[in-house]
Design a protein around this ligand. Structure first.
Ligand code: CA
Length: 757
């Protein structure tokens, strides 16, 4: 990056260069910029030192293309274990096609390949090949490992297919094993030994009758093919001559075997392994290069690109392209084939707050397709998705699909019909679906009747009330657009229902029963009960659409700031509370050592930004830099809790830009403290938005001055349109707070209590 600056400087000082010379230099400069290999900055093993009790990300070395239908991963754990690759493991047992969103959800429709010498061991749970981490290469587009037994495996996926290269040592019989990781499957071999076809049939996670069709093509013929079946798994084994190097092209489809062949033909075709790998590198470099970072701290830069990588994996393209390149898909909702786009594998509770507000900056076209896909999912299943994996699972709380719709709409996406959204949302909030809490609206009767979801009548009642109130703020937009005055009025009232679970007596959000009594023996640190995966310290701030309203509940900015300060200064003591046992998030909070601030989970992740609403933006600047500095790195311990489908990573990416979307469903991005001296964001249409920060350093985290497109910026926010029209956001940084910038209420970001501004 430094060389780029030098090059720019030199070009500026060229004395009347001849046109040709300038053109040549420009070309050279351009070539230099585009030669930056961002993929080499990403280690996909970040966050893999995780286990059931303690998440450092709960990630796996996801290898693939952006938002691809499949990822591929080396597998150390036995099948069915959500911790499919853990850094301390010494042995590997497969290279698996993977869809896992979270270690807590496990995988579906997965199969794996595994090379073996000497002896065949099936099922996969009984085998293991030893390896050292120094013998791995783990990049977004490419993974390779050399086992101690001399076998090297390399894989380079495309969106729906994967190219493998297996190099076997001389002197021993060489085998390649296919594990279907399920015992309902079909496999057949071609007579010429050049290909293998089949499908695995799964009913996992409620996706009825999902078939994963596959075709494997081999660069040299195999011999002695065989199949095997165990109680839970089945598979095939083929043999090659000792010392062989075999390329295997894997094509897949959820629609048909013919489509799997078409996908393979289109995505890999005649290309050799190294061509597929290089193409993957190019795709990722184009994407990662869309936020070009200049700075001096190499570890920070690597951390940034690792996060940008993870923020671009989910949701998954669940659609395929037919012979005419038209999108179609096998629906996980009604088990039929439909025309159009479909996306799956995302839990909106985790991702609406950061991952989607980043995605809509980078990929608005895809977001437009996604909005219709959610409406189609509603038509097919009767419910809006909330935790699609691949069909609706109803995980966590809230009806946050509406946040995605509202965010897309206010940011200019017009691919979908607002009336369809409104109708689906009204249905959603006045019914309860067959699956867990977020399928429809749990407790909706009480919510609409008494203005909150009572606890203990409903576990997590107060968390539900808070999340529903925010969702209804988003829902009001579509009621208005649909001309439904009645629901516009209703949502206009219910978006303030957060007030009904705020106890001024204790100064916190709190559980409340149907008669109106507060849950006794209040302890703000007690986990669970009226809150999910958190305590009152965490949920207190879940008024994303009306922070000013929350400030007023405290009576003053000073009282609000005092409460927010105490999140970080209170001892990080674990109170098992209603859970009665330790949860991984509790341990993660203690290890983070920021009081009761729990960056490891979503409910509180926007809280550091709330000082900007209360006249003390420098505290936001301090804390977001502390969080980026202390809680993220590139190591296997790289995240302070579950990474969650790009959500934790997107928090970092946005925060590094000096921005965060506290209120998705408004066009605002709230200012934090930019991490680098210069960041150039290239939008989908090629426009550029450049964030510069003079004097930025680990000490100089405080904004002294801000300008946008050269004009003074006194507010603590900018809009989506400010970014997407292109321009520049410039900061001057310093070691001490500027306590007069951004302190007025005019500078505060959006709150419904202020009205539109
Ligand atoms: Ca989470």
């Amino acid at each position: 990056m430094r060389s780029q600056n030098i090059m720019t400087t030199r070009m500026n000082h060229l004395f009347l260069p001849k046109r040709a010379l300038l053109a040549a230099l420009t070309l050279l400069f351009t070539a230099f910029v585009f030669a930056r290999d961002y993929t080499s900055l990403v280690d996909t093993r970040t966050g893999t030192n995780s286990r059931f009790e303690f998440s450092r990300g709960n990630t796996y070395p996801a290898t693939g293309r952006p938002f691809a239908m499949h990822l591929w991963s080396p597998q150390t754990g036995v099948d069915g274990n959500g911790w499919k690759y853990t850094y301390p493991a010494k042995e590997m047992r497969g290279f698996a096609l993977s869809h896992q969103c979270s270690a807590w959800t496990g995988d579906y429709a997965s199969f794996s390949l595994f090379p073996e010498v000497g002896k065949v061991v099936c099922p996969s749970s009984l085998r293991g090949a030893r390896f050292n981490h120094e013998d791995e290469v783990a990049r977004p587009h490419f993974y390779s490992v050399k086992f101690r037994n001399g076998i090297t495996t390399e894989m380079a996926p495309t969106e729906r297919c994967c190219s493998f290269r297996f190099s076997f040592p001389r002197g021993e019989d060489a085998y390649l094993l296919l594990d279907l990781l399920i015992n309902r499957g079909e496999i057949s071999f071609s007579e010429d030994g050049r290909s293998l076809t089949g499908c695995l049939k799964t009913n996992q996670f409620g996706c009825r009758g999902l078939h994963n069709f596959f075709v494997l093509e081999f660069s040299q013929p195999f011999f002695k093919p065989d199949t095997w079946k165990a109680s839970k798994e089945s598979g095939a084994v083929v043999r090659f001559k000792p010392g062989s190097t075999v390329e295997v092209k894997v094509g897949t489809s959820y629609i048909s075997l013919d489509q799997a062949k078409l996908n393979l033909q289109r995505e890999i075709g005649d290309r050799h392994f190294s061509q597929v790998r290089n193409e993957g590198r190019k795709v990722w470099n184009e994407l990662l290069g869309r936020i070009d970072v200049e700075g001096t701290d190499a570890e920070q830069i690597r951390t940034f690109y690792g996060c940008l990588f993870r923020a671009n994996l989910f949701s998954r393209k669940f659609y395929e392209l037919d012979a005419d390149n038209a999108p179609y898909y096998h629906s996980p909702y009604d088990n039929q084939v439909h025309h159009g786009y479909m996306f799956t594998d995302n839990g909106f509770w985790d991702s609406f707050r950061s991952q989607f507000p980043l995605t809509i900056l980078l990929h608005p076209t895809q977001q437009g397709r996604y909005m219709n896909a959610m409406l189609d999912a509603y038509d097919q299943s009767g419910w809006l998705p909330s935790w699609s994996f691949p069909g609706e699972q109803g995980g966590m709380l809230g009806n946050h699909a509406i946040s995605l719709f509202a965010d897309a709409w206010v940011k200019g996406v017009r691919t979908f019909d607002p009336k369809r959204v409104h109708d689906a949302y009204v249905h959603e909030v006045t019914n309860k679906g067959p699956r867990s809490n977020s399928n429809g609206r749990a407790g909706f009767n009480d919510y609409w009747e008494i203005g909150y979801v009572p606890y203990p009548e409903n576990t997590y009642g107060s968390a539900m009330t808070l999340e529903y109130a925010y969702d209804d703020f988003c829902g009001q937009l579509f009621a208005r657009l649909s001309g439904d005055g009645e629901w516009e009025k209703r949502f206009g009232e219910s978006m303030f229902y957060y007030r009904n679970v705020f106890s001024s007596e204790v100064g916190f959000m709190r559980g409340r029963d149907r008669q109106g009594n507060w849950t006794p023996d209040f302890r703000p640190g007690a986990w669970g009960g009226p809150f999910i995966e958190g305590n009152a310290w965490h949920y207190n701030w879940s008024v994303m659409h009306d922070v000013e309203g929350l400030i007023r509940l405290y009576g003053s900015d000073a009282a609000f700031v005092c409460k927010l300060d105490s999140v970080f200064s209170t001892l990080p003591i674990i109170d098992f509370g209603f859970y009665g046992e330790v949860y991984n998030e509790m341990v993660e909070m203690v290890v983070s050592d920021m009081g009761q601030y729990e960056h490891g989970n979503q409910p509180i992740q926007h809280a550091p930004y709330l000082y900007t609403y209360a006249g003390q933006p420098w505290k936001t600047q301090y804390w977001v830099r502390e969080i980026m500095r202390k809680l993220y790195n590139t190591s296997p311990d790289g995240y302070p809790g579950d990474e969650d489908q790009g959500a934790m990573s997107a928090w970092y990416v946005l925060s590094a830009l000096g921005l965060y979307a506290v209120t998705p469903g408004t066009p605002q991005y709230v200012l934090g403290s930019p991490l680098f001296s210069k960041m150039t964001l290239t939008l989908e249409d090629g426009k550029k938005f450049v964030v510069t920060a003079d004097g930025n350093s680990e000490e100089n985290v405080y904004i002294q001055q801000a300008t946008i497109n050269g004009k003074p910026l006194d507010k603590n926010w900018i809009t989506y349109q400010d970014i997407t029209q292109g321009g520049s956001l410039h900061f001057v940084m310093g070691p001490e707070p500027n306590t007069s910038r951004g302190t007025s209420k005019v500078a505060a970001p959006f709150s419904v209590s202020w009205g539109e501004k």
